[in-house]
Design a protein around this ligand. Structure first.
Ligand code: ADP
Ligand code: MG
Length: 688
């Protein structure tokens, strides 16, 4: 239960004074649903107001505040042209105060003729005249002192002004209680950080509140570290079952290739972990195409040989089906029962699968998050594998491991190479295996960066490609701020390409399609009946069609580098030379150019991830879209770099001294966990 002291911060934003239906939408868009969200909505910049007596003392282009008196109005008849208040300062120098919009009643009310007003706004030059467009404050002289010289500027959305946002944030911050200190006193003193309450206030009031901001960021990182340590401690505390296969199933596996040295090494690392009664908690990093699936299969067979069950969790339906298909073909002829469970298995099929899992006749279950829903019980879950972890959060991981009486061994596989600092923030102290060797015969993918005004050439090259019997992907970007924009873009592109190459050769898949329909298209593409697959990013991870050797990505500048690397990894999977065309629109920014050039110049996923971090920051790599509980709202990537080490050590120290978080400092740390909504981690504490 969240401590009562935090309740005022967890009231809904809509309960704040002055929040009506009109503000609810913009607040929701900004993710500011509760007071705590507003309190943590820190200023992005500051207005510094220059107070002057005369216009001649003021700088144009700046926020100024001075006394002005209106002496005439200029309404311009048409609705689109602005309404002007002609005013002057105490020396008689003129300035126009300009209002757009139809309603001139309001400016007339603000500026009665002949009455001086204190006005604040940005002073600009317009031709020979000075003007202030939509002043942010107009008050009677007695109230001039109320307007601060400095005001925070907040991130906004349509429908909410900075003034309104400031009021709401102010209300939220005013609700913030004094909290007990959770930071180790020595560290606090060394850093010269203020207490939490003071830090929060300072961050909203003082543009150079470096220490305050740093402290708030630290709190967030600390909460994350502590949560991960609690998770790990509880996993370690729960005894697992040693799993040692006899090799009988592996011996029957017929592979069309020899495992690479790296694959063999990782098999060994995993077997070693699984043989322990402490549950495995291992992250497998391997670039796209490095052969992680085989590692998964070997680990699963190990579990089955030892009489246990394995669960293989994929991030998307398409990928789950693909894993299912490849497991079935790899394990054909072996006495191993593989089943699939996603949101689509319903009725009798689903019932049968649930029964088979409960009675142990199903050995391996592949699926999406449906495989750890409440209703699913396993007879003896020995191993859980999570593919492409960056889409899953800690809380899902918890649900999965709760599926067995003794904690199952856990293997997390990711193609997104995560730099060490980020790995710590995301996974804590997992053991790490690397597949640092590609299967032999792989050729680097020849990547080109091309402006999309050369569409005709691009389509012609695509035509030659599929004309020669090979296949291709065409990926359309996510269209932001539109519910179904990306699907529409993919559909539209597919129509154009179908007209060119024939409807029977060009397929389309996107997230809005019904599952069976999607499967049919994927299946036709895998079988080679379709030559071109137009898709949204649903094909991002894992899809494996070796004859597809051309990847075209439209509006590549809109994708994250890690995502581009994933997409590009869909080609170059066979022994044929593969190509990737990164199409971009006009007017690329320098950063965008640098990013695409990097993609062109290297195929090395690690380098791409590191540089992406430099160029764009952490959110991109962590995959901001669905990573849910790993996101930082206060800490910047730089702060994470700077503070992670200290937060890690501090959390470690606290855990060593007081693993149950029952000392006064431990209690304070619990409050910190609740503040950052690491409730799942606290539940672990409660259950011991
Ligand atoms: P990823 O690591 O991206 O999941 P996959 O497991 O899908 O990679 O493997 C990519 C391709 O490489 C597959 O077609 C797979 O059959 C093949 N492959 C895996 N291991 C080897 C190997 N040792 N030698 C040759 N090909 C391999
Ligand atoms: Mg894979």
């Amino acid at each position: 239960m969240r401590p009562d002291i935090l309740n005022p911060l967890f009231t809904e934003s809509t309960a704040l004074k002055g929040v009506g239906a009109a503000l609810a939408k913009p607040l929701e868009r900004l993710g500011l649903l509760r007071a705590v969200d507003l309190a943590f909505h820190l200023p992005v910049s500051w207005i510094e107001r220059q107070r002057v007596r005369r216009l001649s003392e003021a700088e144009t282009g700046r926020m100024v505040g001075l006394v002005l008196t209106a002496h005439d109005y200029r309404a311009s008849g048409t609705a689109r042209a602005p309404f002007r208040v002609q005013a002057s300062d105490e020396a008689g120098d003129p300035v126009n105060i300009v209002y757009f919009g139809k309603n001139s009643g309001w400016p007339r009310k603000l500026f009665p003729i002949g009455e001086p007003r204190f006005v604040s706004g940005r002073l600009d030059r317009f031709g020979d005249d000075l003007q202030i467009v939509h002043p942010d404050h107009v008050v009677e002289l007695g109230e001039a002192g109320v307007i601060p010289d400095r005001e925070p500027v907040y991130g906004l959305s349509e429908g909410i002004t900075n003034g309104r946002m400031r009021e709401l944030v102010h209300q939220a911050v005013a609700r913030a209680p004094d909290l007990p200190e959770w930071i180790e006193p020595g560290l606090l003193a060394r850093k010269g950080w203020p207490g939490w309450h003071e830090a929060l206030n300072a961050a909203h009031e003082d543009p150079v509140a470096r220490a305050a901001r740093e402290r708030l960021a630290y709190d967030e990182i600390f909460a994350g570290q502590l949560a991960l340590m609690l998770l790990r401690a509880s996993t370690r505390r729960r005894r697992g079952v040693p799993v040692v296969g006899d090799g009988s199933l592996r011996a029957q596996l017929k592979l069309p290739f020899e495992p690479t040295g790296a694959q063999r090494r990782v098999f060994g690392e995993i077997d070693g972990d699984m043989a322990q009664s402490v549950p495995m908690l291992r992250l497998l990093q391997g670039d796209v195409g490095s052969g992680k699936t085989l590692v998964a299969v070997m680990a699963l067979l190990n579990a089955v040989e030892a009489g246990g069950q394995g669960a293989f969790l994929a991030p998307t339906e398409i990928l789950a089906r693909q894993h299912y298909a490849s497991l079935q073909s790899m394990l054909a002829g072996l006495p191993v029962n593989v089943a699939i469970l996603t949101g689509r298995e319903k009725g009798k099929v689903r019932e049968a699968t649930l029964m088979g899992l409960a009675d142990g006749s199903i050995h391996i279950l592949v699926g999406t998050h449906a495989i750890f829903q409440q209703a699913v019980t396993y007879r003896n879950l020995a191993l859980a594998i999570i593919d492409e972890q960056h889409r899953f959060g800690v809380s899902q991981r918890l649900m999965l491991t709760a599926k067995a009486e003794r904690a199952p061994h856990l293997l997390v596989m990711t193609a997104t190479p995560i730099p060490r600092t980020l790995r710590l923030t995301q996974h804590g102290d997992m053991d790490v295996s690397q597949l640092d060797e590609m299967p032999p015969g792989r050729q680097p993918i020849d990547t080109r960066v091309i402006a999309d005004d050369r569409m005709e050439e691009i389509v012609a090259a695509l035509g030659r490609h599929i004309g020669s019997g090979r296949q291709a992907y065409w990926v359309c970007p996510l269209v932001e701020q539109s519910e179904d924009g990306d699907e529409a873009a993919a559909e539209a592109r597919a129509k154009i390409l179908q007209a060119r190459f024939g409807a029977d050769l060009v397929g389309v898949v996107h997230g809005r399609m019904a599952g069976a329909e999607k499967d049919a298209v994927m299946e036709a593409f895998a079988a080679g009946r379709l030559k071109l697959l137009v898709a949204t990013t649903v094909i991002e991870v894992g899809v494996d069609v070796p004859n597809a050797t051309l990847m075209i990505i439209e509006a590549a500048e809109r994708f994250g580098l890690a995502q581009l690397h994933q997409l590009r990894g869909r080609v170059g999977r066979g022994d044929q030379r593969s190509f990737c065309m990164l199409l971009h629109g006009p007017h690329l920014s320098e950063t965008a150019k640098a990013r695409l050039a990097l993609m062109r110049d290297t195929n090395d996923g690690f380098r791409i991830a590191e540089e992406d971090l430099e160029l764009r920051g952490a959110g991109e790599i962590l995959g901001t879209r669905q990573s849910g509980d790993q996101r930082f709202r206060l800490a910047t990537p730089e702060q994470i770099q700077d503070l992670l080490g200290a937060a890690h050590d501090d959390a470690r120290l606290l855990m060593d001294r007081d693993g149950g978080l029952s000392s006064p400092r431990g209690e304070a740390a619990r409050t910190c966990l609740y503040l950052f909504e690491r409730d799942a981690a606290i539940a672990l504490l409660a259950s011991g």
